[in-house]
Design a protein around this ligand. Sequence first.
Ligand code: ADP
Length: 342
Amino acid sequence: MVLRLSGVTVRYRDFTAVADADLEVADGEVLALLGPSGSGKSTLLRAVAGLEPLSGGVVEWDGVDLAGIAVHRRGFGLVFQDGQLFPHRDVAGNVAFGLRMARVPAARRADRVAELLRMVGLAGYQRRKVTELSGGEQQRVALARALAPKPKLLLLDEPLSALDRALRDQLAVDLAEVLRTAGTTALLVTHDQDEAFTVADRVAVLRAGRITQVGTPDEVYRWPADDQTAEFLGVTTILDAVASDGVVKTDLGPVELAVPDGPARLGLHPSAVRVGAGSVRGRVTARVHRRDHVRLTIEVGDRVVAAVAPTLGAPEPGDEVRLGLDADGIAVLHSRGNPTAH
Ligand code: ADP
């Protein structure tokens, strides 16, 4: 079983929201559509659901063109940002909804509801009112409800975006686990890189209606397709440098990287620039405390770079520091033999 999109284009009057999208999602695979707000992610998801007519291209399931097949006949499950639970039904009533539609007998329904509530971490919640649940619990119920009829494909549109950060992190881990346990094939729309990387096997990055890259989280992080994709994924400094014998010499010092000899274009995440040891000198101009580290802005010659430091003993604005590069936070944008060039 496979979902295949070929040349999918969606226009709103003369505005093209999705242009020429090609994509495949394999059986049991979780693929994230990742991009900034307005890049066309929801439009593409809605086109797959059948909620948005195509202006061009084909959406196929198992080789069958879905054009002309109504939304509710596609056998796909949907989860939106705000759960959209039925407020007058209890948790069990919500989760069982699709099973009743499919005329599953009551006893089997109860078993399946119990199984799903266990899976989403809400065992025993059957009789609770959905209006009295927290936002996170409501999204867990929405997920259980969508999974109950064993959809061929689960479509998730920013399912965690309405939740606060800490809860979102936990639910992303849980969502990944639930999708793996259920063996569900899923398409997840998100603007949040951490969420996409946590939940998905592969990520399709969108920009201005186009898919710029498809790959595993590791591939898109390490080998972004172009500068803008790299910047969207958190690269703050781009350096042109030269590689020789597994060492790239840059304005910010040398770094060991397995790239072929010759010109190399590197994208640095803030975590690639470490203060403390290193051969290059700079001056701190700003310091912001983040959750578990300090983010610094540092002037190095006529360059301004972002860097990270541990929260304990981090330098202050005005301090002179030494810096060095850490290969772990470096993306390779272009080099001979760059995997994205194949
Ligand atoms: P994303 O999900 O990446 O935030 P959307 O798919 O919602 O992006 O929107 C992509 C673009 O299409 C945006 O510029 C948005 O304003 C536009 N758009 C979305 N829905 C409609 C609509 N029904 N009519 C006109 N323009 C729309």
